[in-house]
Structure formats: structure tokens, C-alpha cells
Design a protein around this ligand. Structure first.
Ligand code: GDP
Length: 226
């Protein structure tokens, strides 16, 4: 075998390449496609999908808006009690962003919890084009009791997921670093979790380019595996 075939791997180059790819990916513009409240309403599978899940108030709408650069794409502060929907957004032609209904309202009626679980399982079970679920966790609180069953469910259905910490701006740098390490240690034991934990703030924009880069890398890896 010729020596020339061995291309040296340059991590810095790789990172810069995916940072730019991520920026371009999300610069293409986003639009709301539709919301699905039950399995029959799920849109046909098309472009690869990434889904965002998290406790209500974790900052999911703000993060989706920061990622796509649109201020009103996902409505900030979805009202509790509103019909639960899985919402679909285009990101250019090559990516669909999926906003899953928030979970963990205090005192949510059991019927609501059951409806949420059914809808989410219907969605997760039906999407071969789902590349990864990003599970948002508030950096101030870390993984809470209400998050555990959701992580358990993702492990059980074996859907690849990655934890994204939100509201990093609310912590000092050393506290945020400690929280990131703590959450990374907790997900290391989970079979379907991606080991790296991302730290973001929609308010300051910190970590948003890194999240876009992670999505671009995921799409590239998926494309080369298919
Ligand atoms: P959702 O219910 O998960 O969609 O959360 P929202 O995006 O509606 O945000 C819930 C609350 O958290 C709102 O009061 C936001 O202003 C606040 N919030 C969202 N993102 C951030 C952030 O990056 N930093 C801080 N400090 N607060 C945030």
C-alpha cells in the first residue's frame, strides 16, 4: 500500500471545517412546517432530523431560535396545558429540526404525562431519519428527577442522544465547568448517550457555534455511513 494513502488526521482543521459547515447549515433559513399531535399526523420522512427535548422552561424555544437565528421560530414559553405537539421546522433543504413537547410540569395530570409519552414514543419509533435527540438540561440544576425517565426511555429505544446544558450565563465559569463534568459523568453510564456534553447560552450565544458544528459533523458522519 502506498504511503500517500495515509492522510494525516488534523483535529484543528477538522474542527474549523465543521464550525464553518455548521454556520452555513443554519444560515440557510428555517421555516415552520407543521405540528403533529398524534402518530397519523407525522409528516413523511425526508431530510435527516435532529430533535430537541427538555423540561418545560429549560430554554428550548430560546435555543432553537438562537440556533436558527430567528427570534420567533419556536414560541418562547409554551403555555402549560396547550395541546402537546411535535413541531417540525426545515433548516435549508438538508435538515429538519424537531421541537418535542416540553415535559415535567409540576403537578401535571397523569393523563398529560401518558399523552406526552405516547406521542414521543410514536415519534421516536417511527423515524429512521432521526439522527440524534438533543436533551436540554438547565446548567443551574443539572439532571433532575423529571429528566431521568426521559433519558431511560431514550436508552431503552436506543435512539442516539446528546445532553446540551442551557443558561450557562447564569453560572460562573468554574461552576459551569464543574456542572458539565458532573453531567458528563452521569451520562457516561448511559448506553445511548453521546459522551460529550455541550454547554450553551442562548442569551450570550456561547456554545451555539459549537452546537451547530456538532450537528454538521453528525450529518457528515451519517451521510458517509449510508
Ligand atoms: P422552554 O419552555 O424550554 O421553551 O423555555 P424558553 O425558551 O421559553 O425559556 C424559559 C425561560 O428561560 C425564559 O424566561 C427565558 O428568558 C429563560 N432563558 C432561556 N434561555 C436562557 C439563557 O440562555 N440564559 C438565561 N439566563 N435564561 C434563559
Amino acid at each position: 500500500m502506498s504511503e500517500d494513502l495515509h492522510v494525516p488526521h488534523d483535529d484543528d482543521d477538522d474542527e474549523a471545517r465543521f464550525a464553518e459547515a455548521g454556520r452555513l447549515l443554519f444560515a440557510r433559513g428555517s421555516d415552520f412546517v407543521m405540528g403533529a399531535a398524534k402518530r397519523e399526523q407525522l409528516p413523511p420522512m425526508g431530510a435527516p432530523e435532529i430533535a430537541f427535548a427538555g423540561r418545560s422552561n429549560v430554554g428550548k424555544s430560546s435555543l432553537v431560535n438562537a440556533l436558527t437565528g430567528r427570534r420567533t421560530l419556536a414560541k418562547v414559553s409554551n403555555t402549560p396545558g396547550r395541546t402537546q405537539q411535535v413541531n417540525f421546522f426545515t433548516v435549508g433543504k438538508d435538515l429538519t429540526l424537531v421541537d418535542m413537547p416540553g415535559y415535567g410540569f409540576a403537578q401535571a395530570p397523569q393523563a398529560d404525562v401518558r399523552a406526552w409519552t405516547r406521542l414521543v414514543l410514536d415519534y421516536l419509533g417511527a423515524r429512521q431519519n432521526l439522527a440524534r435527540v438533543y436533551v436540554l438540561i438547565d446548567a443551574r440544576h443539572g439532571i433532575k428527577n423529571t429528566d431521568e425517565p426521559v433519558l431511560d426511555m431514550l436508552d431503552r429505544v436506543a435512539v442516539s442522544y446528546q445532553v446540551v446544558l442551557t443558561k450557562a450565563d447564569a453560572l460562573k465559569d468554574d461552576e459551569a465547568a464543574a456542572r458539565t463534568a458532573e453531567v458528563a459523568a452521569a451520562v457516561a453510564r448511559r448506553p445511548a448517550a453521546f459522551p460529550q456534553v455541550l454547554l450553551t447560552s442562548s442569551r450570550t450565544g456561547a456554545g451555539i457555534p459549537a452546537l451547530r458544528a456538532a450537528v454538521a459533523r453528525l450529518l457528515a458522519e451519517r451521510a458517509s455511513a449510508h
